[in-house]
Write a protein that binds this ligand. Sequence first.
Ligand SMILES: [Zn+2]
Length: 76
Amino acid sequence: MGESLATQFLSADLETACPACGYLMWVRYSEIVAQTAVTCPCCYTQIWLVDETGSAQNAGDIVQQQIAQALKGIFR
Ligand SMILES: [Zn+2]
């Protein structure tokens, strides 16, 4: 159950606009956390998904912590 929670979070889509042409596209949280690059399907600009504030990374950490807490409760 905990694992599916993390999986759900990481497979969640996030709407983002291309900085070059403003084309709206969807990226996955897992791609942001991994800081991979995506290519805009409109202008073919390569966009690096840099999580400047670390919010996606932090949210991922929080999910991991909550899962760890939940598992502690189960296996007491
Ligand atoms: Zn573009």
